[in-house]
Design a protein around this ligand. Structure first.
Ligand SMILES: [Zn+2]
Ligand SMILES: [Zn+2]
Length: 269
């Protein structure tokens, strides 16, 4: 495998992950991954399961350090400490307080809940067409990211389309030029990264979601510099899944180098 850093993975500190930190590191070792960032879920005040998506950052970081010593005593893999913060307009202050006093290599800001619904469960789409459903989320991604501001990467901007019941199952730039441009321009100006979350393009059902390359091209045009690849793996088998393919897509869209974050600073590779 080429040198890749998987910037989005979940360990036993996420309630929905089957992998432990150790599993992830062993898989990184087996596959020769260049690096891995462990980004467990913090979704404070989640509407359906309050308290479920929280973890002790201290315990998680201690476990990462312990496993680095066991699995990579001589180095050889960049193992990074991260977190995926699920933001809502209501939980921003609480999220800020929760992470205060801890240091991370990388913070992903994601939207999992929209107006009290998780698109994962389907209710969110009722009474909306694809334009209304996606446009609301793109707006919310921008507004919460801008208001929160203490993050490095926007996680899966197209999460809402993963579970959508519509015929149009991809978020295409041409359908949402204003919403996309607002978000992409903000990321470019603030030096934040856009994540390509390869799990989104892994749904087999009746349609395989596709990444609209025009979004990447547009990000570049607007001055975007940083693109990260994340598998969003919840079991170790998907580590760096499809990275070869998406790195080529990045290249042809003007991103010759990919990014990961260390000590909250972008590293291009
Ligand atoms: Zn997520
Ligand atoms: Zn995730």
């Amino acid at each position: 495998m080429s040198f890749f850093v998987d910037t989005h993975t979940h360990s036993q500190f996420s309630p929905d992950s089957k992998a432990t930190v150790r599993d992830l590191l062993l898989q990184a070792k087996r596959t020769g991954a260049g690096g891995i960032c462990i980004t467990d879920h913090l979704d404070l005040d989640a509407p359906r399961n309050p308290g479920l998506f929280e973890f002790s950052i201290e315990d998680q970081q201690k476990e990462i350090e312990r496993q680095i010593l066991e699995v990579f005593p001589d180095g050889g893999c960049k193992v990074l400490k991260g977190i995926e913060i699920g933001l809502t307009p209501e939980n921003m202050e609480h999220s800020r307080e929760y992470v205060a006093g801890h240091s991370f290599d990388q913070i992903i800001a994601s939207i999992h809940f929209v107006d009290g619904e998780d698109p994962y469960y389907g209710n969110y789409y009722e009474g909306k067409d694809f334009r209304q459903a996606y446009s609301r989320v793109l707006q919310l991604v921008y507004e919460t990211a801008k208001a929160f501001s203490d993050f490095d990467i926007i996680g899966h901007f197209d999460y809402v389309a993963r579970y959508a019941p519509y015929e149009v199952r991809d978020i295409r730039w041409k359908d949402f030029p204003d919403e996309m441009d607002t978000l992409l321009r903000f990321l470019a100006e603030e030096g934040k990264a856009l994540e390509i979350n390869t799990k989104t393009y892994d749904f087999h059902g009746d349609h395989l979601q596709v990444l609209d390359e025009n979004i990447l091209r547009r990000f570049r045009e607007l001055g975007g510099e940083f693109v990260t690849l994340g598998s969003d793996s919840h079991d170790s088998g998907r580590l760096c899944d499809k990275f070869e393919k998406f790195s080529q897509i990045c290249r042809r869209c003007g991103f010759a180098r990919l990014t990961y974050f260390e000590n909250r600073s972008p590293v291009l590779y």
